[in-house]
Write a new protein. Structure first.
Length: 598
């Protein structure tokens, strides 16, 4: 049909037709690839965000459970339950009326600040103990952001609470709140109390807290003779849970993460609703049902608002309760750059058909190549390769906007990674002194021992305990004791070598690990250096205080290659040091010699 047509006309027409066809094919392929890549990237990003939130949530729950484990065994809580139980029995009758009159109805502070009353000055033995223990428990609730802290006796009487709400001084087993989920938790613990037992009651409206959503975690308390004396319980806070779930980094304008309970009601607040969503907003979606059934994955569904979203989901289990954790972002937000790009490609194809094939080819290459490069960058970002350079961000078209969006995603991923590192640091370091925890030190020691000791090298474990700390703590108070522990940690850290590890294992006890020791004389030098560092007086609350340091020393491989055994031997050697007059050190090998001599 082009036989009689001049080549000057035929060639441009043919080339324009091929250019148009090429542009259309290129546009279609680029659109398909970009859409698929964008969808895959969105799913990968949601999965990564979900994993990050799940990890943060696990860390949050772990911290609370460790707090409960620690306080259920702390001398402060044991003593408080014993004293409050004695004071309760001393009142003989009408304890509820007497205590609620004193600390609720006659409390001079407003309802929101009842806990500000430390002492009622009514000369009762209960008020004496209340003034003694309440400041410490109030500080604990404030520091950990718990809503409340409860102490129960073995009969189910709420003998102490920080907030002094309407359940204070009532019996949770037989009183007006016997139908609450807290009562069921107390009944279950009271029926079969076990050491280190933790139980959790899921969120439910709690009438004494003005029907606000409340969840509880509780543990039985035993005295030094392993006799059951009562229960400690925390009323879980809402704010920290929302802070974990409402991090908007990487979620765009329409993304959110939230928790759903087995009743299909939210366990965290939605970022899109004003006020509370907890126990108010129902989420009956396939993602929630699959997560509650134990599945983890992603899908494209309609969310609880009826909006099409990309959804990633997983189960979260805590002390026998399963929640669904869901991360979602609107489909339109994810695919909007793809649709924008498709319009641009169609317009470019029309311009290419009108102009010339060469310009069309250059324009197609100018569009397709950056897009392909960006898809590779998005793939690398989905694999958490955060060191890539997004080189097309200087463009002013839609591709440039996509690149800028990728820069935001990259920066958010970096911030998320830094947040995770901070959370990991908090999980492995003591909150008071900043020193590593016993678990961290034990893990490092296991790694040193597992790697093996080079010829001539030894690994030394020191178990150190402060002398005279209890008297200072009892005389000047816990705040002075905490300040003393901080200064002790600084001095001991300055006395050891750069590669050595010092960890606080609880109270006034420390573990020091010295790897790569070739001369035990250096160990004695470090031990003396630590003892001398504490010989300088401490100034606490304008009072000069003196303490000492007793140290037990175990050496691997001489005393064994098991980390736990080495710590136990060092601990025993430390007690021998105290028996020899304190403020000195004893090697575990000396204990062996004594046994053989005897």
């Amino acid at each position: 049909m082009f036989t009689n047509l001049k080549i000057t006309h035929k060639f441009p027409i043919v080339m324009i037709c091929f250019a148009l066809l090429s542009a259309l094919i290129t546009a279609f392929i680029a659109f398909t690839i970009a859409k698929n890549e964008m969808t895959d990237s969105a799913e990968d990003k949601l999965s990564s965000l979900l994993e990050s939130r799940t990890s943060s949530l696990d860390t949050y729950f772990s911290v609370i459970e460790k707090d409960l484990y620690f306080h259920a065994q702390s001398p402060l809580v044991i003593s408080a339950i014993q004293h409050f139980s004695q004071a309760w029995l001393a009142m003989e009758s009408e304890q509820t009326r007497q205590l609620q009159d004193t600390y609720i109805r006659m409390n001079p502070f407003s309802n929101e600040h009842k806990s500000a009353l430390h002492r009622a000055d009514n000369a009762s033995i209960y008020d004496k103990y209340h003034s003694e223990y309440h400041p410490a428990f109030r500080n604990l609730v404030s520091t950990r952001e718990f809503h409340d802290l409860f102490l129960f006796n073995t009969q189910g009487d709420l003998i102490y609470s920080v907030k002094k709400e309407e359940d204070f001084a009532t019996n949770l087993l037989t009183g007006p709140w016997r139908e609450t989920h807290l009562s069921r938790l107390i009944q279950e613990l009271n029926a079969r109390p076990k050491i280190s037992q933790h139980l959790f009651a899921d969120f439910s409206p709690y009438e004494p807290s003005h029907h606000a959503p409340a969840s509880f975690i509780a543990s039985p308390v035993f005295d030094s003779n392993r006799r059951y004396i009562g229960i400690i319980a925390f009323q879980m806070p809402l704010a920290p849970l929302n802070r974990v779930m409402q991090v908007t980094a990487g979620m765009g304008e329409s993304g959110e993460t939230y928790l759903v309970g087995p009743d299909l009601l939210m366990r965290s607040d939605s970022r899109f609703f004003q006020g509370r969503s907890i126990l108010k907003t129902q989420v009956d979606t396939p993602s929630v049902h699959r997560a509650l059934a134990g599945e983890a994955g992603s899908a494209r569904i309609k969310d609880y608002r009826g909006i099409s979203v990309f959804s990633a989901f997983a189960p979260v289990d805590f002390l026998g309760t399963r929640w669904a954790i869901v991360a979602e972002i609107d489909t339109n937000e994810i695919l909007s750059p793809v649709y924008t790009m498709s319009h641009f490609l169609i317009l470019s194809g029309a311009i290419i058909a009108i102009v010339i094939f060469f310009l069309g080819y250059l324009l197609a290459a100018d569009i397709s190549l950056p897009i392909v490069a960006m898809t590779h960058m998005m793939t690398r970002l989905s694999r958490n390769e955060l060191n890539i350079n997004i080189s097309v961000s200087e463009r002013k078209d839609e591709v440039g906007k996509m690149a800028k969006a990728m820069e935001v995603f990259k920066n958010n991923a970096i911030e998320r990674d830094q947040l995770q590192q901070k959370l990991n640091h908090m999980a492995h370091h003591d909150t008071l002194t900043g020193l590593p925890t016993r678990e961290y030190a034990g893990q490092q020691m296991k790694e040193y021992l597992k790697a093996g000791l080079k010829k001539g090298n030894k690994l030394v474990v020191m178990f150190a305990d402060l002398d005279n700390f209890k008297s200072i703590n009892d005389t000047l108070g816990h705040q002075a004791g905490d300040q003393l522990l901080k200064e002790v940690a600084i001095r001991l850290s300055e006395a050891i070598r750069e590669d050595d590890i010092i960890a606080r294992v609880g109270g006034d006890e420390f573990i020091i690990i010295l790897p790569f020791v070739s001369d035990l004389g250096a160990v004695e030098h470090i031990a003396n250096k630590m003892i001398d560092s504490l010989a300088i007086n401490f100034l606490l609350q304008e009072q000069v205080c003196q303490i000492g340091l007793s140290i037990g020393i175990a050496v691997a491989p001489d005393d064994g290659l098991d980390g736990t055994a080495l710590i136990n031997k060092a601990d025993k050697a430390m007690y021998q040091a105290k028996q020899r007059g304190k403020n000195n050190f004893v090697f575990a090998s000396e204990l062996k010699d004594q046994c053989q001599t005897g």
